[in-house]
Write a new protein. Structure first.
Length: 373
């Protein structure tokens, strides 16, 4: 069993190899029509006016904050249970990350902690992370940000096609950021990303940032710029894969439901579902009291499991100077959580095998409910 099988995805797309060869023979591989085509398709898919393709989700976050005016000393709210890129983007703009605890029911940022730190930190911006594929309470969090005139960035790296109240992730904020790293629900053939926005000024800035401060070759208008262009090859693959995204997300949701049904009586904790959320299950995360024992048992039966992420950002050496006080929910959950196989290539038998082996190792374990607040 594989945790992720990218070859399976490519086998689903008829004629992709021929299209790649044709593109290479054309020789226009940087900022080509393929890039513009994908940008228009992705903006239309999520319901945004503008999309700017970039070379990674990390750059998307960094350039989004820069376009939004974040500068040295500005405080930016961010939940601590996220990939480090989210925080690096703040620091690389000179900002000061202010870490938020999480809601133990859903894994999203804790709105009570958010309210408290909006008052105490006086932030200039906030990054709302749709971790694991669930855009929980996005409209409520967006309303809170606008009420206090806080720039809102969405980190949608794991939420391609996710919704809250029938509105897609990436459309609640001033600027949203996507990663198209190969392992994502919509993945390229290497590093790739984009920003989406309804604000023409933000889109125009990022367009020039990505191209060394330039809209026209050899005419550099901005004082600052970088090289962060989406390659035509990645854009072509993303365009072809986009045709399958909804189908693949539905398969993820069916696998998640099978897990939930089969594991419901075991001493595991699984993040809650919400009737107003369309979760796309980039990962399926569970928690067990004796995590290592459970993971070892699964791995002994060739079932791959991972930990996303083993250290909270406020506990990372790189961000130690910004950590003030504990974030008890995040710190406790990180001791117990791990990710089961989750990908549309999984068969029903493979999912059932995961559940069978979990039942074996948890047979005599006591009930585990880490609802910390």
């Amino acid at each position: 069993m594989k945790f992720l099988d990218l070859t399976w995805q490519f086998d689903q797309i008829e004629g992709l190899g021929e299209k790649i060869v044709e593109l290479v023979r054309k020789g226009t591989l940087v900022l080509s029509d393929e890039v513009t085509r994908f940008e228009n398709l992705w903006a239309g898919y999520i319901g945004s006016k503008y999309c700017v393709g970039l070379n990674s989700g990390t750059d998307a976050l960094t350039l989004a904050l820069k376009a939004g005016g974040i500068k040295k000393g500005d405080r930016v709210l961010v939940q601590t249970n996220t990939f480090a890129s989210t925080v690096y983007a703040i620091v690389q703009n000179g900002g000061i990350p202010v870490f938020l605890d999480i809601d133990s029911r859903y894994g999203c940022l804790d709105r009570k902690d958010l309210e408290k730190k909006v008052k105490s930190a006086k932030p200039k911006a906030m990054i709302m992370v749709h971790l694991y594929g669930g855009a929980f309470f996005a409209s409520q969090i967006a309303d809170m940000a606008r009420k206090d005139n806080i720039l809102l960035i969405e980190d949608c790296a794991q939420a391609h096609g996710a919704k809250w109240k029938d509105k897609k992730a990436g459309t609640f904020s001033d600027i949203s950021c996507f990663s198209f790293f190969p392992s994502k629900n919509l993945g390229a053939t290497g590093d790739a990303g984009c920003i989406c926005t309804d604000n023409s000024d933000y889109a125009e800035k990022v367009l020039m940032y990505r191209n060394i401060g330039s809209k026209m070759k050899n005419v550099h208008e901005l004082e600052w710029g970088t090289n962060s262009r989406l390659d035509a090859l990645h854009a072509l693959v993303l365009t072809e894969k986009l045709k399958f995204l909804d189908k693949w997300n539905e398969k993820r949701r069916r696998i998640a439901q099978r897990y939930r049904t089969a594991l419901s009586k075991l001493p595991l904790f699984i993040y809650h579902e919400h009737p107003e959320a369309y979760h796309v299950y980039h990962q399926f995360v569970v928690m067990a009291k004796n995590r290592q024992k459970v993971m070892d048992h699964l791995r002994s039966h060739n079932i791959p499991v991972l930990i996303h992420y083993p250290t909270a950002c406020h506990k990372q050496k790189a961000f130690k100077q910004y950590a003030h006080g504990s974030l008890p929910v995040s710190e406790k959950i990180i001791e117990h959580h791990f990710s089961l196989p989750m990908s549309p290539h999984l068969t029903q038998r493979e999912v059932d095998l995961v559940c069978e082996k979990l039942a074996e190792v948890l047979e005599n374990e006591e009930e585990f409910k880490p609802l910390y607040r």
